[in-house]
Write a protein that binds this ligand. Structure first.
Ligand code: ADP
Ligand code: MG
Length: 746
């Protein structure tokens, strides 16, 4: 059996005719295989008329309706004839309009659209004299093409597939084309990537049956069964692909970095750590330490609650590698964060980071920063330290992985707080010249299990659920934006905290008042920008608060007299950003007005208050991250969410949910439910020709988990999939590099 028989590769023009083939081509459907995988978007019930009240102007629609009356008249003014048809859903009417030069040209419409007939109409909803109408809709009259009485009855009860279509190609022409093609395909033409035993075990139908079910159902059960099976197939192929990646990595060789007995940097570090590790840090540290001792590259995802102390875990791993003669690179998503990491690693290491300096410890290494914006001299020195191996730890952004940066002995790459370090980057890293380094990816916030299984499914996962004991906790309140008294109280609280020696963040969605709705800072920094969903429609039309404006207001506020207010946003040159962060960190600035550049990873233990203006404009995980910037030290944190969102909107739900819980996993779950599909894995995944068509990470977590359970042992037993050529082929065609893109977007 060949894995990909020629039938599926056959170009469509030979099968469905040139005209239809061309129109299908515009939808990206070129071969017989493409066509049978062009699934209906939904199903109409022949008896059930479409609720016409749901039509929206400008929408391309497919409407099932019954003809109430049809009239033809000549138009004196313009010449020609006009046919008007009223169709109804039983309650409301919709007007259909057809024009023609001569009334004769309308005769066939008149004949087909007799009162009482039910038809499926497609067109773009327009308006005429205040009423919705379709002009020259395409339509298909139910039961029309069938001559035999019994067949009419059967046809009249079958669910009608509604396809993603175009004006040039209405849905029923697609339906006809698919049926033509399906009728010529046998089981043998449709090799199944899912092994028969698994189908049986999961109670799923064969590929052949599933395709007939979704394209030509006799009853709802047919297409439901078909969809279940095809959805499972998507999850199965994906999970098999991820399992194969794990297998490939497991077969790769890396340098083992064993922990050292006796004196070591790691031991010295542990001895000087001012706090005890949390049980979670110990456990995860053990997992990571063991991974590094193996001669295969570690591929580990560290998920941690905000403030759970991931940096210490990463640093201990880096020290283990340095002790074993290697170097470690720490990648941050932005230069601000890279600079902060440099500062905090140096602070944590103290003399251990001062190799070759007066006062440096006997056993020590060097921690250097490498960024695009540093001076040529500084950069040259850092490059030299990396290339000579003198720097045990090199901190920077993604640019660290470019070929221009040479390491003497790169043993470990740690990627911090990064959503976008996708499969491709992971591969690029592994295939760098020489032996692949170990890899530790840390997420900024907990991600729901099914998303982790999909997006990071090729990594082993560790969880850091506990935050260090003695953390005083954070109180969160929602402040209604139109409540003057509460706002006044908000700024008084800021004053009180500053007077107590603490620091305050004030976050705004925009940089300056003349910016468009979104701050831009987040986008510039490579983070998800504040989301533009229901917030825009539901909130009053007051302009969004902007960093520069708010900073001026606060500086002029009598309540805040004598307080130093600084700003931080994505449009500042990197050196200025660093300086602002450093001044805030050291206490020269007590209030920092910022965009979401402070969202991820910024760590100033003295900061106790986080005021978020227009909080309804931010995503839930973003808010959770922002809140996580306070309450990291000894004093309790306070998070004030100033929001104008109307009750009942998603935006209000986000803000309220955040106020109710600090559990990152719960928040991630709610966030996922509130997000639109396309947001989860990135836009490329939600439409058109992506390999995930029926599977939705949000809704089908159980399917993903089952598929993973089934695919993993199969791949482990046969990593080359030599027993499963169809599956191997499916992985190849579905997950080629272009299509794999969706894995990188999350
Ligand atoms: P995140 O996991 O959010 O990246 P960090 O690594 O930035 O968290 O750690 C948050 C703060 O907690 C830092 O100031 C860090 O020094 C401190 N910290 C880390 N581990 C512990 C611990 N075991 N006990 C007390 N404080 C800790
Ligand atoms: Mg961190």
């Amino acid at each position: 059996m060949t894995a990909q028989p020629d039938r599926l590769l056959e170009p469509l023009d030979r099968v469905v005719g040139k005209r239809t083939a061309e129109a299908l081509d515009a939808l990206g459907v070129r071969t017989v295989g493409d066509l049978v995988r062009h699934y209906p978007r939904r199903y109409a019930e022949p008896g059930r008329l479409t609720d016409l009240s749901e039509l929206a102007l400008g929408e391309h629609v497919a409407v099932m309706a019954q003809v109430r009356q049809a009239t033809v008249r000549t138009m004196r003014s313009r010449g020609g004839s006009l046919m008007q048809v009223s169709v109804t859903d039983g309650t409301r009417d919709l007007q259909l309009t057809f024009f023609a030069k001569r009334s004769g040209a309308l005769r066939s419409h008149e004949h087909r659209l007799r009162p009482g007939k039910v038809a499926l109409f497609t067109g773009t909803v327009g308006e005429y004299r205040g009423a919705l109408q379709l002009t020259h809709p395409d339509y298909q009259v139910i039961g029309e093409d069938v001559d035999d009485e019994a067949a009419v009855l059967v046809e009249a009860t079958r669910p009608i597939p509604i396809y993603p279509s175009s004006a040039a190609l209405p849905t029923w022409r697609i339906q006809r084309a698919v049926r033509t093609v399906l009728d010529t395909l046998t089981e043998a033409d449709l090799p199944d990537p899912v092994p028969a035993e698994i189908l049986e075990h999961r109670g799923l139908v064969s590929l052949h049956e599933a395709l007939r079910g979704v394209h030509a159902p006799f009853a709802d059960l047919d297409w439901r069964r078909g969809q279940d099976r095809l959805r499972y197939e998507e999850a199965f192929v994906l999970q098999a692909a991820l399992a194969r990646r794990r297998a490939v990595v497991a077969a790769e060789h890396a340098v083992a970095r064993p922990r050292r007995d006796g004196p070591s940097l790691l031991a010295d570090f542990d001895a000087r750590l001012p706090f005890a590790l949390t049980p979670g840090q110990v456990e995860v540290g053990e997992q990571v330490g063991t991974d590094l001792e193996r001669p295969q590259p570690m591929q580990r995802l560290l998920q941690g609650e905000v403030g759970s102390g991931k940096t210490v875990v990463a640093l201990r791993a880096m020290l283990q590698v340095v002790d074993a003669g290697g170097q470690a690179a720490l990648l941050a998503p932005t230069e601000v964060l890279a600079a902060q990491h440099l500062r905090s690693l140096r602070a944590l290491l103290g003399p251990l980071a001062e190799e070759g300096l007066l006062g440096g410890a006997e056993r020590a290494t060097r921690v250097v920063l490498l960024t695009g914006s540093q001076s040529t001299a500084a950069r040259r020195e850092a490059l030299l330290d990396a290339a000579s191996g003198r720097a045990g730890i090199v901190v920077g952004t993604h640019a660290l992985l470019s070929p221009s940066v040479q390491f003497a002995e790169l043993g470990l790459v740690v990627v911090d707080e990064q959503h976008r370090f996708g499969v491709e980057q992971r591969d690029a890293l592994r295939t760098r010249a020489g032996v692949p380094p170990h890899l530790l990816v840390m997420t900024a916030t907990p991600i729901p299990r099914t998303v982790a299984m999909t997006v990071f499914g090729d990594l082993e996962t560790s969880m850091l659920l506990d935050v260090p004991a003695g953390r005083p906790g954070i109180t969160t309140h929602v402040v209604p934006a139109d409540n003057e008294a509460w706002l006044t109280r908000t700024w008084q609280r800021v004053r009180e905290e500053v007077d107590a020696g603490h620091r305050v963040y004030v976050v705004c969605p925009r940089i300056s008042p003349d910016d468009p709705a979104e701050g831009g800072a987040a986008a510039e920094e490579g983070w998800e920008p504040a989301r533009e969903d229901d917030g825009g429609a539901a909130r009053p039309a007051t302009p969004l608060r902007a960093v520069l404006e708010v900073a001026e207001e606060l500086a002029a506020m009598p309540d805040l007299a004598g307080i130093e207010v600084g700003v931080l946003h994505g449009r500042m040159p990197p050196a200025e950003k660093d300086e602002a962060m450093a001044r805030f960190s050291s206490g020269q600035l007590q209030v920092l007005v910022a965009t979401t550049v402070v969202e991820v990873g910024v760590d100033v233990p003295e900061a106790t208050v986080m005021v978020i203006l227009d909080a309804d404009r931010f995503g839930l995980s973003q808010l959770h991250q922002l809140r996580g910037r306070v309450g990291r030290g000894r004093a309790p944190g306070l998070c004030l969410l100033v929001s104008a969102a109307a009750e009942g909107t998603d935006a209000a739900t986000r803000v309220r949910t955040l106020a109710e819980t600090t559990d990152g996993f719960r928040l991630a779950g709610v966030d996922l439910e509130l997000r639109r599909e396309g947001d989860v894995l990135g836009a490329s995944q939600s439409g058109g020709r992506s390999s995930l068509r029926l599977l939705r990470v949000v809704r089908h977590g159980d399917v993903i988990a089952e598929a993973r359970q089934d695919a993993t042992p199969l791949v482990v037993a046969d990593p080359d999939l030599s027993r499963w050529p169809v599956l191997r082929e499916a992985i190849g065609t579905w997950l080629d590099p272009r299509r794999e893109e969706f894995l990188d977007r999350a």
